[in-house]
Unconditional design. Structure first.
Lengths: 308, 349, 345
């Protein structure tokens, strides 16, 4: 530690010690220690704020903009940002700001839906596999490896060709390619938890495996899975953007962040129509970064060396 | 301490072998860890049977395999219930065994992992109670309140989380949990080993008191010979998966027969400044229970080892001292049991 | 001129506090002790009393959120370096690092986690030697094998090239002692070295430590919770409770004529081998207080049979009972120490 950092650290400890001796060591304002650790992480708090701002904005889209994201208005195409159109209009006169807001809904939904679906399936299967072992574990392990080993883009291409493009199908694809890593995490956690004595005690009472695994053990395994879910959400949003950009994601007529980018793929737009791609790009980056910061903060809550 | 001569459990030729993977592809032999190796034992109703030995001797495996928590690979464990029926637990189906589990309970060693950190005490104890007949929430809360009071804890503690309790308190909760379903037999698997010395006394006295009040039978597993002497009626000493000596507590300490038991007793530091013991120091380490040579398991370390010990494994033979049974597994047991008049100090000297 | 009983490490009024959760835990709250050459000092106490923290403070091996607040730890080198004030040194500075293993060595409770599982035992011991002495690798290897042999590890040549997982628990502990003694330190701090080992192996290890102490005149500080071990091995005893030494003296003085109610109650609460099932063991009333919610005066008062008016006065002044000198080195922090002795056991 740097000298000045060390001095600050020592002064902080001095304050704690003096407060303790004076009997004024406060009953903490926030009772939950995990919450306090998270609040200590400034980046995580910033991330939470940005995340909430974007989500709320997308939710309250009808309040924030009066334009319909899908209606073309050929009288005002390619207009740069102005008081009327905050982010300008695109090639066929649609308001970019409203497209970002409404598109955000879809993107976030797809990202969140995919992450939640993958986590639910991965956690359900992984928990039981880790707890029980045996043939179920062996089979599901190989299955998860199969899905994880497949290059994802190839899988997406195949699935999109077979089942077609729609929001539901994209979510399904994300779940299918994403459950493997959650499965492994849940399984690993269960492998260590099953040696705990309270588990053996439940077996000594003859309780059923399902009850022991899902009711008693899973609550102890859940926090790393929650962290994973937040990070997966970010990842899936990026993937949706990439897929839509390539034309493989959500059908092009529905606005999503990726689809907006898709329409900007030519040199003219890139050079002259910056308002069509830059704001979307920034929003995507901000959103994904904020989720990552939140995920880091959540990880901090379980770190014992953090001062909480 | 008097106990009935009514058997509660009859254990015959019990074996628990764990297969070991061979170290290389070419080693085709099937090798096993013989954790419990041909154990014959009767547990009488109302007694406390102490099971002692060092790590790896198989005592914990024996305790758990009797309850079928670790499935035995051979032998039988016959449970004699109060209504006279005698059933071999090893042969029961899972459902039949589960129905009996209320009668055969276990208390674990580590107070910090024996309670689910995510659940309140009530939540941890509710499911087992629901399974064994307490269908309503009120009924369960009443039972839990009663049993917590019996272990000297306040009933309102049932709505707290484990991390609000100390090690000794958690252990008492574990005992309460085991007793909530009215068992007949309780296996105490190193139940006091992880506690501070002064708390051990609390829990030991509590266990004794509960046994008296509820007419329980205990199998008390521990590595601490001073503790086991305090609680047990009879004691079995285990080494490498076998019982090498089984006797009434007093007899074990004053008339120790097996060379391993004597070494064990002599290794224990005595709480008396004036007596620095002459120790019987054993050479070498406890051998691994995988590739056991033929003959007695103690051969490498026994100061009295002779040729026959390397060839033939000694049987657990029955002797009588003052009208009480004393079983020893040694070819030269008679030599060590000594005649009348030879009484030791109870600590190996 | 050094006689066998010189004080090598002198700790005066040591206070080490732990910080977490916006609270401050006074883990060690004013501890003074002396570690003497050729003698074994046993520090006894139950969990949470601060005995391990004391040893960690001497070695400056405290976690990040802990620090030595007050007091001094002085190491008398007996050579050109003079007296080194350990509490003033930087934790990982050059001086402190040069002291570790070469002057003061420490062995820990769990040998499995104290040895690095991915390096060979011989290599780990040789590394310590090479770090502190100016010798070549070959010489280091030769000395490693000699050390392992001296610690009673059979086939030392072969064993030096093995990994920790190939050793049994007792052997690992011996390897750790070999590593600790490799540079012939003047002080050995042993933190519950045999708690994780079997009783028969424990006997061997204590035999080894005692032999080393006699042969090399090492000063040994042994931390334990096992009173039996104290009776057998200790020359001097310090009993700790809630961060303070509440009684100290020679082993005979403290164990035969305990002067503090806690020591007495502790001795009465353990089952003694050979006394049978009928012995009267009395648990100590109540339980160890929450370190964040301590009693105001004497820390043992709520559980004490000798509690009187005078103890309440201490509560009000928020003071600990003063050190009461009884005879020679025998000290107890109790207002009624002499009465406790008179009452016998």
């Amino acid at each position: 530690m740097l000298f000045s950092q060390k001095a600050r650290f020592n002064r902080k400890l001095d304050r704690m010690r003096d407060a303790e001796f004076a009997g004024t060591a406060k009953r903490r304002r926030v009772r939950n220690r995990a919450l306090r650790k998270m609040m200590n992480n400034r980046l995580a708090m910033v991330g939470l704020f940005v995340f909430a701002a974007i989500v709320l904005a997308c939710l309250f889209a009808p309040v924030l903009t009066r334009y319909n994201p899908e209606t073309p208005n050929l009288k005002s195409t390619l207009k740069p940002p102005s008081l009327e159109h905050i982010f300008g209009t695109d090639k066929i006169g649609r308001d970019v700001f409203s497209r970002i807001l409404y598109g955000g809904r879809i993107s976030i939904l797809v990202g969140l839906g995919g992450a939640l679906g993958a986590s639910l399936i991965g956690a359900a299967v992984g928990s039981y596999a880790g707890y029980r072992g045996g043939w179920f574990d062996r089979i599901t392990l190989r299955l998860s490896e199969l899905f994880m080993a497949f290059p994802q883009l190839v899988l997406v291409l195949m699935l999109v060709t077979i089942v077609g493009q729609s929001m539901r199908n994209i979510i399904i694809i994300f779940v299918v390619t994403g459950w493997g890593s959650v499965y492994r995490q849940a399984r690993a956690r269960m492998l260590s938890l099953r040696e705990e004595e309270y588990v053996q005690s439940l077996k000594a009472f003859g309780l059923s495996d399902f009850r022991i695994c899902y009711k008693h053990m899973l609550p102890n395994a859940i926090s790393p899975l929650i962290v994973n879910t937040t990070l997966s959400t970010a990842m899936f949003i990026l993937e949706e953007a990439a897929l839509s950009y390539l034309g493989l994601g959500i059908p092009l007529n529905i606005p999503t962040w990726g689809n907006i980018l898709n329409a900007c793929q030519d040199m003219y737009t890139l050079l002259n129509g910056w308002w069509m791609w830059l704001p979307v790009g920034i929003v995507i980056s901000l959103f994904v970064m904020s989720i990552n910061f939140i995920g880091d903060g959540l990880r901090d809550t379980t770190d014992p060396s953090q001062q909480g | 301490m008097e106990h009935s001569r009514e058997p509660l459990l009859t254990i015959k030729r019990l074996e628990v072998f764990f297969p070991v993977k061979s170290e290389n592809l070419f080693d085709l032999r099937k090798r096993y860890v013989r954790a419990v190796n041909d154990v014959n034992l009767t547990v009488y109703r109302g007694e406390t049977l102490g099971l002692v030995g060092e790590s790896g001797c198989g005592k914990t495996t024996l305790g758990k395999s009797v309850l079928q928590l670790i499935p035995p690979t051979g032998g039988e464990v016959v449970y004699h219930s109060r209504d006279g029926a005698a059933r071999d637990l090893c042969k029961l189906s899972r459902r039949e065994m589960n129905a009996l589990r209320a009668k055969l309970q276990i208390v674990f060693q580590d107070p910090y992992s024996s309670l689910n950190p995510a659940f309140t005490i009530y939540q941890s104890m509710a499911d087992p109670l629901a399974k064994f007949g307490y269908r309503t929430r009120e009924a369960r809360r009443k039972v839990i309140a009663d049993i917590l009071t019996e272990v000297n804890m306040r009933p309102e503690y049932m709505d707290r989380y484990p991390d609000e309790f100390s090690g000794g308190q958690r252990q008492r909760i574990g005992i309460a949990r085991a007793l909530s379903v009215q068992p007949e037999l309780v296996v105490c698997d190193e139940a006091v080993s992880a506690l501070d010395v002064s708390i051990q006394a609390q829990v030991l006295n509590l266990l004794k008191e509960l046994k008296r009040q509820r007419q329980l039978t205990y199998i008390f597993i521990t590595h601490d010979l001073s503790v086991v002497e305090y609680v047990s009626d009879r004691i079995a000493v285990m080494y490498l998966g076998k019982i090498v000596e089984l006797a009434a507590a007093e007899d074990l300490y004053r008339n120790t027969a097996h060379p391993y038991s004597r070494a064990l007793l002599s290794a224990i530091p005595v709480v008396d400044v004036d007596r620095r013991k002459r120790r019987m120091l054993l050479k070498g380490d406890v051998p691994s229970p995988i590739d056991l040579p033929p003959g007695c398991g103690f051969q490498g370390r026994c100061p009295h080892c002779e040729d026959i010990c390397r060839i033939e494994s000694p049987e657990l033979r029955r002797f009588e001292t003052d009208g009480r049974e004393h079983h020893v597994a040694c070819h030269f047991a008679e030599r060590f049991l000594g005649g009348a008049g030879r009484r030791g100090n109870g600590d190996g000297t | 001129m050094e006689n066998g009983q010189d004080v090598v490490i002198s700790v005066k009024n040591l206070k080490t506090f732990f910080y977490s959760d916006q609270r401050c835990n006074r883990a060690v709250n004013g501890v003074s002790l002396d570690i003497r050459s050729g003698r074994t000092l046993c520090v006894v106490g139950e969990s949470g009393c601060g005995k391990s923290v004391t040893a960690a403070s001497i070695m400056q091996l405290l976690p990040r959120l802990a620090r030595i607040e007050e007091g001094e730890i002085v190491y008398r080198t007996g050579d050109a370096r003079g007296d080194i004030r350990i509490h003033e040194l930087r934790r990982n500075g050059r001086t402190m690092r040069s002291l570790r293993a070469k002057d003061i060595a420490m062995i820990f409770q769990d040998p499995l986690t104290a040895l690095n599982p991915v390096y060979r035992i011989g290599g780990q011991i040789a590394e310590t030697l090479l770090a502190h002495e100016r010798i070549r690798k070959k010489e280091a290897r030769r000395r490693t094998i000699d050390l392992l042999h001296a610690m009673g590890i059979p086939q030392a040549e072969k064993r030096a090239d093995q990994y920790p997982h190939e050793y049994s628990g007792g052997m690992r502990q011996r390897a750790m002692i070999a590593m600790a003694m490799s540079c012939a330190p003047r002080v050995l701090l042993a933190d519950e070295p045999t708690t994780a080992l079997d009783v028969t192996i424990q006997a061997q290890i204590f035999d080894l430590i005692d032999r080393l102490r006699r042969e090399r005149n090492t000063a040994v500080m042994l931390i334990t919770h096992d009173m039996g071990v104290v009776c057998e091995l200790a020359d001097d005893v310090a009993v700790m409770y809630m961060g303070n030494i509440i009684e100290s003296g020679t082993a005979r003085e403290v164990l035969k004529t305990p002067a503090h109610p806690y020591t007495k109650a502790l001795l009465k609460s353990i089952p003694i081998l050979g006394r049978g099932a009928g012995q009267d063991i009395r648990p100590i009333r109540g339980s160890t207080p929450d370190p964040y919610d301590r009693p105001k005066g004497c820390q043992f008062a709520p559980r004490c049979d000798y509690r009187r008016e005078a103890c309440l006065a201490l509560d009000e002044r928020r003071e600990l009972p003063p050190e009461e000198r009884i005879e020679g080195a025998h000290m107890a922090r109790c207002l009624f120490a002499r009465e406790v002795i008179r009452d016998g056991t």
